[in-house]
Design a binder for this molecule. Structure first.
Ligand SMILES: Nc1ncnc2c1ncn2[C@@H]1O[C@H](COP(=O)(O)OP(=O)(O)OP(=O)(O)O)[C@@H](O)[C@H]1O
Ligand code: SF4
Ligand SMILES: [Mg+2]
Length: 362
């Protein structure tokens, strides 16, 4: 299926996909995306009842999102806790079945594939989690943890080949091959995350999903892991879906950024444009919260404080879902649900009042 016909298929559900498709396939690159997600929705039914369980509510964790990732590029996915980032990632990797939408990966539709058809495809998608303590089996030696995908997917020709691949993977992520015999509790937090990365790249994936992979680390260790990820990306042309709740973390690694709010993408742009000229009030608020290293700028920094907490995705506000917290909301905002509109060459935002800067920069 061509990208165009795939995009044309993805017109059911929320209208914002059309705007996004137009935004996302114009001007970025002519190559077909490695991953193409359209109108993805993932809901969690809330059930009650002792004998017969009835659905009493529905958490709209992911509510019609669309994005593309090309080979070798990084899309940063950012939003507050509960905005749906992990659920979106789980749906991409098919750990959670979507309720609707399309996920094209390396030219194949993943939605509806059986577990056995999905197995060889999952090899091409690695995942690194936030918690290197929880995601590594404490009873397995480092070498076995890193080598597990080689065994699962039958990628080693012999015992010697297996051991040399494990040693090479450990060196690739900056660990000594001699550490293969150690257990996870004998590693520091940063080293454990290196192990997680080595395991994720063992089966030579084309896409890595990094879910808050550096969020729990000290700033200096964070920088080391980000540098490692950038080196690996260059070496293996890896694509990253890089998830974080903090815009400052994704800044240097992302080519493009998508900002999520209550299960939806409210702004998406090339990284530089998003940080220079955020168009959605939510993105503006998130950016204003980032401290600057310059004390003079820091003193004059205008922080936008958002009112209240993230509303429940079980009962999102009417109209624009952000209107209950938006500092510039107008009457119309509680009545009309804004589409994601392209407002600048490589930037789209879902805000009724936002305007672009295309003409202003000419
Ligand atoms: N298994 C589940 N059953 C019901 N609701 C769930 C389930 N998993 C997640 N949710 C809800 O779905 C919404 C999105 O959760 P998700 O974990 O995807 O958010 P997130 O953006 O990854 O948050 P965080 O930054 O805290 O990791 C939240 O309201 C969450 O409470
Ligand atoms: S549509 Fe209204 S409430 Fe929503 S982000 Fe824009 S100004 Fe704020
Ligand atoms: Mg999460």
């Amino acid at each position: 299926m061509t990208v165009e016909s795939h995009a044309a298929q993805g017109t059911k559900g929320r209208e914002d996909s059309n705007a996004f498709v137009a935004f996302d396939t114009v001007g970025v690159s002519g190559d077909a995306p490695l991953l193409s997600v359209r109108n993805l929705s993932v809901h969690y039914p809330i059930k009650r009842g002792f004998v017969v369980q009835r659905e009493v509510a529905r958490v709209r964790a992911v509510d019609g999102i669309s994005f593309d990732i090309r080979a070798g590029e990084t899309l940063g996915l950012v939003g507050e806790s509960g905005s749906g980032k992990t659920t979106a990632a789980k749906a991409v990797i098919q750990l959670k079945k979507p309720d609707s939408g399309s996920i094209m990966f390396e030219g194949r539709e993943l939605v509806g594939l059986s577990a056995s058809a999905m197995r060889p495809i999952r090899r091409k998608m690695g995942m690194v989690f936030q918690d290197p303590y929880g995601s590594l089996n404490p009873r397995m030696r480092a070498g076995d943890i890193v080598g597990e995908p080689l065994k699962v997917h039958g990628l080693a020709e012999s015992g010697d080949d297996y051991r040399s691949q494990v040693a090479a993977l450990l060196s690739t992520v900056g660990l000594s091959p001699g550490m293969a015999e150690r257990y996870p509790n004998e590693f520091s937090g940063g080293q454990r995350q290196r192990l997680g990365v080595a395991r994720a790249i063992a089966a030579k994936p084309s896409l890595l999903i990094l879910d808050e992979a550096v969020s729990a680390l000290d700033v200096s260790i964070q920088a080391q892991i980000l540098n490692l990820l950038q080196d690996l990306q260059e070496q293996y042309n890896l694509a990253y879906l890089f998830i974080a709740h903090d815009l400052s973390v994704v800044r240097h690694i992302s080519d493009r950024v998508a900002v999520m709010y209550l299960g939806r993408i409210v702004e998406t742009a090339d990284s530089e444009d998003l940080y220079d000229r955020p168009l959605h009030p939510y993105t503006q608020a998130l950016l204003s919260a980032i401290p600057t290293p310059n004390p003079i700028h820091e003193r004059s920094r205008d922080r936008i404080i958002l009112k209240g907490d993230l509303p429940s995705p079980m009962a999102p506000p009417s109209g624009c879902h952000f209107h209950t917290r938006c500092p510039i909301a107008a009457d119309v905002c509680s009545l009309t649900d804004p589409e994601l509109r392209r407002l600048a060459p490589n930037q789209a935002a879902a805000c009724l009042l936002a305007s672009g800067y295309e003409t202003a920069v000419r």
